[in-house]
Ligand binder design. Structure first.
Ligand code: SF4
Length: 261
């Protein structure tokens, strides 16, 4: 399990540090799938091969900065509040972990809410995110695969057929003032600070194939040495992902060759 440190920074001559209570909250690891037996979770299946393999091999030696996990804490806090709210609703189950063995490889995942409706059975995932996620839509494909995987896991575990998949957005940087400004300039902006949108459903055979293909790719990656695994294709502009968002870069030969000391 990765270690989390209470980091600080000196900026323009002044030291800034994360509050102790905030740090403790981050360290209490809200992720419901922590420590479960698995080959991969649905979200790990979506990782680039090299990130997945390096994490799997070096998990215990990874050091995370608390300041990089603040927005995960936001998401966890939101999930906790929503879970409490759902306790008053008879037809909504919330925050359940699911698992299934695909040819011996255990895949796990947790949905946020499952609603048994009169017309539809709906699976929902709450996303605390930025407005740019919605404006540019660059995560939609990931959300779609994620929710479709949960749907398959749920149905394999005996849930009734799921007929709708929803992503429920909470924009942490939404502003009414900014919306009014963008409306004037006819620029796309989330109309509300929070709303839900329907995601495209895949057939169970399509999603089954997706999971099996990803497992095969990851088994292939795990059979290689760290340096033999090709660098990730999506490294973002000027390798910003490698330099600032990759927790396993110290084991990555691409990073070391290009940015290592
Ligand atoms: S440093 Fe870059 S190429 Fe290497 S694993 Fe991380 S994201 Fe992938």
């Amino acid at each position: 399990m990765a270690q989390i440190i209470r980091d600080s920074i000196v900026y323009k001559g002044k030291k800034y540090r994360i509050n102790k209570q905030t740090y403790e909250a981050i360290c209490s690891r809200w992720y419901a799938g922590e420590g479960e037996e698995k080959f991969a979770s649905v979200t790990q299946l979506q990782q680039p091969l090299k990130v997945f393999a390096l994490w799997k091999r070096h998990d215990k030696d990874v050091i995370l900065k608390a300041s990089d996990l603040i927005f995960i804490l936001f998401g966890s806090a939101m999930h906790e509040v929503l879970r409490k709210g759902a306790e008053n609703l008879d037809n909504i189950l919330s925050e359940k972990r699911l698992a299934w063995d695909f040819e011996g490889y255990r895949i796990t995942g947790g949905y946020d809410a499952f609603e048994i409706g009169l017309e539809d059975n709906i699976l929902t995932d709450h996303k605390t995110t930025t407005i740019s996620t919605w404006i540019y839509g660059d995560r939609i494909k990931d959300f779609q695969y994620q929710l479709n995987c949960y749907k398959l896991l749920a149905e394999l575990n005996g849930y009734p057929p799921i007929t709708k998949l929803m992503v429920d957005y909470f924009f942490r940087d939404w502003s009414k003032m900014e919306k009014l400004r963008r409306d004037e300039r006819d620029k796309k902006y989330p109309p509300l600070g929070s709303f839900e949108e329907e995601l495209k459903m895949m057939t169970n055979s399509e999603i089954n194939q997706y999971i099996r293909d990803r497992i095969q790719e990851m088994i292939g990656g795990l059979s290689m040495e760290d340096d033999e695994i090709p660098p990730c294709e999506e490294r973002w502009k000027n390798d910003i992902r490698c330099k600032h968002y990759c927790e396993v870069n110290k084991w990555c030969n691409y990073y070391k060759e290009n940015y290592g000391k």
